[in-house]
Design a protein around this ligand. Structure first.
Ligand code: INI
Length: 145
């Protein structure tokens, strides 16, 4: 896919997991023919910071789609619920405000095993899927307009 630009915003919290999400998303885009220079990667500290960085990237008007990657793993408190709810709501808000695909590649799991099952294990690879969805949305938009 030529001249189509993607931004990936990835959180560093649980970075062993999010690094693998990033690798999956990048390799999927490259395999689909996206040029390396058309993939911009921004890092943020945690999942809560993802929507704001996605908003900044959307404001630049440089990208055809944004891919949000993160890993929220349930701990002993209700913190997990607040983070998950706000990140998914923030993703949708940026998507509709900026009229731009923002895919939700944020794992929300009970434990790390469930996360690894979604990084090329029993439940596919959520980084690759977030990239595939971004590509599909760019194509869907091109068909509509
Ligand atoms: N951030 C994550 O990305 N994943 C988590 O599992 C997580 N937990 O469990 O706390 C997490 N917390 C940090 C949060 O995203 C913010 O960075 C922090 O609250 C500062 O705003």
């Amino acid at each position: 896919m030529k001249n189509v630009k993607f931004a990936i915003v990835v959180s560093d919290f649980n970075c062993e997991i999010t690094e693998r999400l990033l690798q999956g998303a990048q390799s999927h885009l490259l395999m689909a023919g996206v040029a390396m220079e058309d993939i911009y990667v921004a890092h943020v500290p945690g999942a809560i910071e993802l929507p704001l960085a996605a908003q900044w990237l959307a404001q630049t008007k440089k990208y055809h789609a944004i891919i949000m990657l993160g890993a929220v793993v349930r701990g002993e408190t209700s913190h997990y619920d607040y983070v998950c709810q706000q990140v998914s709501a923030g993703c949708m808000r940026v998507m509709l405000t900026f009229n731009l695909p923002v895919t939700f590649g944020v794992l929300t799991t009970e434990n790390e095993d469930q996360a690894y099952d979604r990084l090329g294990g029993a439940h596919g690879h959520k980084g690759e899927e977030a990239a595939a969805t971004a590509l599909a949305m760019v194509k869907a938009r091109a068909m509509i307009f």
